[in-house]
Design a protein around this ligand. Structure first.
Ligand code: C2O
Ligand code: CU
Length: 471
């Protein structure tokens, strides 16, 4: 298990970080309180020893990347140093950053050349669980391991005994432990994306995690897989969801019992270790009922932490996100189409779409396959206006749809209002589902809207939303 040295550097890592194993980044000699994050080839022990280590790409040699911890209201100042033999960038998934800091290659910045560096610098208005990853359109860089958690701690966090990040990643490994190449293969792209054959939690397969009976954990679950959806079941334990995609939500038990997290999405849960002294509880992924497997084992110790689970308040204070003004909203219908079996569901414009499919573009947003940075916005919104996007998944596949630069409320599913009207930056659409989202377009610039199944994204399931400064 990796243990990092943890010093407390004001504004960068808090005391809680020391407990959770967050890593201290080197401070660059160029001063100004900025930190360095170096990206380079590395190796990671993804398989259990004595099986071989896997060549990966990593931040600071760590997999997953260092857990960056800040306090709400802090300013992030981080210089990415590219030691890969590829161009790269960093996207701050879920953070409401200025457009020039969004890290989308060819849209918000030129890609960073091998040997070059780029300074990311922005304020952190929202507390919550976020993550960072390169954004070059294809699935390869994330698929080779480039992902890390970014936690912004609340001014007054809810009371827990331990606050832990759980980064989930999915790998397609050959028997020798090497990553199988082919990240945007046509077969994967037409189906559910590149589903792997090996899942890790914080870089390890099925880790055993020790709990004291009746201790309370806050688990920040991050799905950094490029395609796999998780429905995490905690056996006899009763997780309570307190935040989704970093944004507080009324504390509630997961619908159907399992915590559903699609690629790119996060769920913060409060978990009390109520299994009883000595109990081992398997955390399992139930998403595919025919392929259930263990993700982690929670081992309760023998010495009780306290006599029963605590009754501390779990409600987080909301972030300063502007409320959509639904009475004065502009409404847009957006149809997602394509993929295997897509022809059957296309309706209008099917001929053009079939033609595009023959050229390897498999997925369509309102009939168009795009890389999302061709300069053709799906819609242009006046700054400050409220936008409602009524999305329809006219495919036989699941799609986690991610919007950059903003967070939105999920207001309805299949025409029925949602219970929690949750804020999100990524919404998982089931096959043939209709979902309405609403947001205040308050952040000027061109922002991607795309599927976070990365092989779908690179096969066309992307577009952009323009927020124009003047109406
Ligand atoms: Cu997590 Cu457009 O990305
Ligand atoms: Cu998709």
């Amino acid at each position: 298990m990796t243990r990092f040295t943890s010093l407390s550097r004001r504004g960068f890592f808090s005391g809680a970080a020391a407990l959770s194993g967050a890593m201290l980044l080197p401070t660059s000699s160029e001063a100004g309180g900025e930190n360095d994050l170096t990206v380079a080839p590395s190796r990671a022990q993804l398989l259990s020893p004595p099986r071989p280590a896997t060549p990966v790409w990593a931040f600071e040699g760590a997999l997953p990347g260092p857990e960056l911890r800040f306090r709400q209201g802090d300013r992030l100042k981080l210089r990415l140093r590219n030691r890969l033999e590829e161009f790269t960038t960093l996207h701050w998934h879920g953070l409401r950053v200025p457009n020039a800091m969004d890290g989308v290659a060819h849209l918000t910045q030129p890609p960073i050349a091998p040997g070059d560096n780029f300074l990311y610098e922005f304020n952190l208005p929202d507390a919550g669980t976020y993550w960072y990853h390169p954004h070059l359109g294809g699935a390869e860089q994330v698929g080779r391991g480039l992902a890390g958690a970014l936690v912004v701690e609340e001014e007054t966090p809810i009371r827990v005994d331990r606050d832990l990040v759980w980064m989930l990643q999915d790998w397609r490994l050959d028997p020798g432990g090497a990553i199988v190449p082919g990240f945007d293969g046509m077969h994967d792209a037409m189906h559910g994306g590149r589903i792997g054959n090996h899942v890790t939690l914080n870089g390890r397969p099925v880790p055993q995690i020790d709990l004291a009976p009746n201790e309370r954990l806050r688990l920040r679950i991050v799905n950094a897989a490029t395609a796999r959806i998780f429905a995490l079941d905690f056996g006899s334990l009763a997780p309570v969801i307190v935040a989704l995609d970093g944004q507080p939500v009324a504390p509630h038990a997961p619908e159907g019992g399992a915590v559903l997290v699609g690629p790119g999405m996060r769920a913060d849960i409060v978990l009390d270790a109520t299994g009883g002294a000595g109990a081992a509880v398997a955390v399992r992924d139930l998403f595919r009922p025919d392929a259930v497997y263990d993700v982690a084992i929670l081992r309760h110790g023998d010495t009780s932490h306290r006599a029963s689970a605590p009754d501390w308040d779990m409600a987080l204070s909301p972030n300063p996100v502007p409320e959509p003004d639904l009475a004065n909203a502009t409404r847009h219908d957006v149809v997602f189409n394509g993929g295997m079996m897509g022809q059957m569901m296309m309706g209008d414009g099917a001929a053009e779409m079939v033609e595009q499919m023959q050229q390897g573009r498999m997925w369509f947003v309102n009939g168009r396959a795009s890389d999302g940075h061709d300069g053709l916005p799906l819609l242009t919104a006046a700054r400050g206006s409220t936008q409602v996007i009524a999305m329809e998944n006219r495919t036989g596949w699941w799609h986690p749809i991610h919007l950059h630069g903003h967070v939105f409320r999920v207001i309805s599913r299949d025409g029925r209002p949602t219970t929690h009207r949750e804020w999100r930056d990524t919404v998982l659409m089931a096959p043939e589902e209709r979902v309405e989202i609403a947001f205040r377009a308050d952040n000027p610039g061109d922002w991607m809207l795309h599927c976070h199944v990365l092989a779908h994204q690179s096969a066309g399931m992307a577009t952009l939303i323009r927020v124009a400064d003047a109406a």
